[in-house]
Design a protein around this ligand. Structure first.
Ligand SMILES: CC(C)(COP(=O)(O)OP(=O)(O)OC[C@H]1O[C@@H](n2cnc3c(N)ncnc32)[C@H](O)[C@@H]1OP(=O)(O)O)[C@@H](O)C(=O)NCCC(=O)NCCS
Length: 172
């Protein structure tokens, strides 16, 4: 373990927002764009907490919206770094809605974000390593490598033939 390595549990960021009229669409539900904005902020704070430097969003993986979040409901977001590569960090964000009046909490969506740590000149710089401790953190850490290869392939930054771990899953 490198002295600079940090625990995944120490990167947790919890954020709560209230859905107000200006956040909603015609149906009184939270707009997807507003939710993605909050997710980006929670994830960026988690990445910055880990690397203690400014970060930029490099990419966002697939996001689907399971349940709409209603006007007047609370939005709970929890972000945590899942793996560090060199200068980039994968961050998982999970979102729940909560109707405090009916005392009902429901899952909304989740996504993986990738952030890059920047030096004072705005250039990518290495981030500290990450120590996954719980079984869930270890599982996410392991699978982060496949997700990285897939997203780099989709963004044209990795040739399919170079995605060795991903290819191995499908090998007979
Ligand atoms: C993200 C960014 C810093 C990468 O810069 P770059 O010149 O491509 O740098 P590199 O090729 O050295 O890549 C740096 C890291 O970013 C990762 N990266 C680059 N593009 C990526 C993508 N589309 N998805 C995930 N990771 C990506 C690389 O894998 C590398 O990670 P590693 O060091 O852990 O291996 C640069 O493209 C950028 O500034 N983009 C704009 C970011 C921005 O403005 N976001 C805000 C909202 S749109």
């Amino acid at each position: 373990m490198d002295v600079k390595d940090k625990k995944a549990g120490d990167t947790i960021v919890v954020m709560t927002e209230l859905v107000l009229p200006n956040d909603t669409n015609h149906f009184g539900n939270l707009m997807g764009g507003r939710l993605m904005y909050w997710m980006d902020i929670a994830a960026a704070l988690s990445a910055m907490k880990h690397c203690n430097s400014p970060v930029v969003t490099a990419s966002v993986d697939h996001i689907s919206f399971e349940n709409p979040i209603r006007l007047g409901n609370a939005v709970h977001l929890e972000a945590k770094v899942t793996r560090v590569f060199t200068t980039s960090m994968e961050v998982h964000v999970r979102v729940w809605g909560e109707d405090a009046v009916k005392q009902h909490r429901y899952q909304s969506n989740e996504a993986f974000f990738t952030f890059v740590a920047l030096d004072p000149n705005g250039k990518p710089q290495p981030a500290p390593g990450l120590i996954p401790e719980t079984p869930e953190e270890q599982e996410r850490y392991k699978k982060a490598l496949y997700r990285r290869q897939l997203r780099l392939m989709l963004s044209g930054k990795l040739r399919p033939e170079d995605a060795s771990e991903l290819k191995a899953i499908f090998a007979i």
